[in-house]
Ligand binder design. Structure first.
Ligand code: NAP
Length: 455
């Protein structure tokens, strides 16, 4: 346990799951002897729980109750709407604390690197997910749903989420917290079928059996798979329980009869896009058939010369998220993470520790794992931080805790926890009359206005 004549003072940058679990571990393991200031560039907290988790997975969002309890700690402050690296430089913030934990996630998308990727109608799933979840930066995304057929590239849970949202009966979305603009657009949608492309086989798919099964149970939607695509387990996945269950579920799907007239999701494996074509807008995807080659124990997709064309007016690439550099800190551009050793940030040029600076979550380990994975991950980081504190390796700050409030107030309007609660209440109240859990405020200025009205 940490003992000191004053609480340990820690800044957490990023109010997503990794940020909250970091705060929770600090509060528990210092027996409350910690002061936490949490910063987020958005006025609203919860990161991907608000902006990433699909609206038809409302149950998962109840985890915010735990985050609210963490935020109710007497020595916790929230600074929403403050971008560290833009409004306040990292070099200005760090000296005000004994330690800083960076939990900024992986907000960007990965690219496919193919011709035509930038044509209108080709979007990243990251943007599309932000759009239907009411992320302020993505609310104005041009999403054209006047097309009949869409292609989703990728075989992860995000690919499943976006494919499901595209074809799910809109009546099953109207009682969720999906952004109003997305609900309105989906109500008018012409999308009848979605083809999901996995570059490797079903056993190597990154999605989980539960998410796949949900796809097969959607009302009014037929899930289709070509039995020829259902190649077996490679040596690397022979013992993998998830791969076995995915294959089992797909064999069951392959045996089903297609119901005419239903919307459709077609799963295609061993298929990669090589170009998107169209004059003003995406019209088609050229794809190539792959074969699997095991190389160093890993099953890799290798293109054959068998190409074909799929008509599609909308292409969503769900090929993974990507971390973003925080100015003032080292960054591994290849992996999209801040280099670290068990959460302790390392400068790769010198190999030295950046004293007092830590990471947790996706910016630490890359964009993998579910919400709960961040709890254990944050636990490791907090263990490292407290070890350094106990060993006298931190520079203890003598800054007054009111200084940061003044600094932030000088730079940008921001939202404290009561301000967020006012936004929350306004959203919940707006949803009540139509039986929705909330109607999200999607504009930053409207959020700030709502927070001020209550203040
Ligand atoms: P992911 O799980 O890493 O999946 C990325 C997919 O993109 C993989 O199938 C990958 O194939 C494929 N891919 C990568 N580059 C490609 C390329 N150039 N061409 C074609 N395919 C390519 O990432 P994610 O779906 O973004 O999910 C991120 C994390 O969030 C995951 O841990 C996921 O489980 C989690 N998540 C969970 C839920 C849930 O629990 N319901 C929902 C959403 C997200 P290879 O395997 O061949 O590289």
């Amino acid at each position: 346990m940490v003992t000191s004549d004053r609480p340990l003072r820690v800044a957490i940058i990023g109010a997503g799951p990794a940020g909250f679990y970091t705060a929770e571990h600090l509060q528990k393991r210092t027996a409350g002897g910690v002061h936490v200031d949490m910063f987020d560039r958005l006025p609203t907290p919860y990161g991907l729980v608000r902006g990433g988790v699909a609206p038809d997975h409302q149950k998962i969002k109840s985890v915010t109750k735990i985050y609210d309890r963490i935020a109710s700690h007497h020595d916790f402050r929230y600074f929403g709407g403050v971008e560290i690296g833009l409004d306040v430089a990292f070099s200005e913030l760090a000296p005000l604390y004994d330690a800083v934990v960076v939990t900024i996630g992986a907000p960007n998308d990965r690219q496919m690197g193919i011709e035509g990727e930038d044509l209108p109608g080709s979007l990243s799933a990251t943007d599309f997910v932000g759009w239907y979840n009411g992320h302020p930066d993505r609310r104005d995304l041009a999403v054209d749903l006047s097309v009949e057929h869409a292609v989703v590239v990728g075989n992860g849970n995000v690919a499943i989420d976006v494919a499901r949202i595209l074809v799910r009966d809109v009546n099953e979305l109207k009682d969720t917290d999906i952004a109003q603009h997305a609900l309105d657009a989906l109500r008018e949608s012409s999308v009848r079928s979605v083809t999901m492309l996995g570059r490797r086989g079903p056993a190597q798919a990154a999605f989980t059996p539960k998410e796949l099964r949900e796809l097969g149970e959607l009302q009014g939607v037929t899930l289709v798979v070509d039995p020829d695509d259902l190649i077996g387990l490679d040596p690397a996945h022979a013992e993998d329980e998830d791969s076995r269950r995915v294959l089992e579920a797909l064999h069951e799907v392959a045996g089903r009869t297609v119901t005419p007239g239903e919307r459709q999701i077609m799963l295609r494996f061993l298929t990669s896009p090589v170009a998107l074509t169209g004059s003003q807008h995406v019209e088609a995807v050229t794809v190539v058939r792959n074969e699997l080659v095991t190389d160093g124990g890993v099953a890799r997709a290798v293109a054959t010369d068998d190409t074909s064309t799929l008509q599609a007016g909308l292409v969503l690439r769900a090929v993974g998220y990507r971390g973003q550099e925080l100015p003032g800190l080292p960054f591994d551009g290849r992996r999209g993470v801040i280099p670290n050793d068990q959460g302790r940030v390392i400068d790769p040029r010198s190999g030295e520790t950046v004293v007092g600076v830590y990471v947790a979550g996706w910016i630490k380990r890359g964009p993998q794992g579910v919400i709960g994975t961040n709890k254990q991950d944050a636990g490791e980081t907090v263990g490292t931080l407290l070890e350094d504190f106990a060993a006298g390796r931190l520079f203890l700050s003598d800054a007054d805790s009111t200084y940061v409030s003044r600094l932030v107030a000088e730079r940008t309007p921001h939202v404290d926890w009561d301000g967020w609660k006012a936004i929350d209440q306004a959203e919940v109240a707006a949803g009540a009359s139509s039986g929705r859990p909330r109607i999200k405020i999607t504009d930053r200025d409207d959020m700030l206005r709502q927070a001020r009205i209550a203040g």
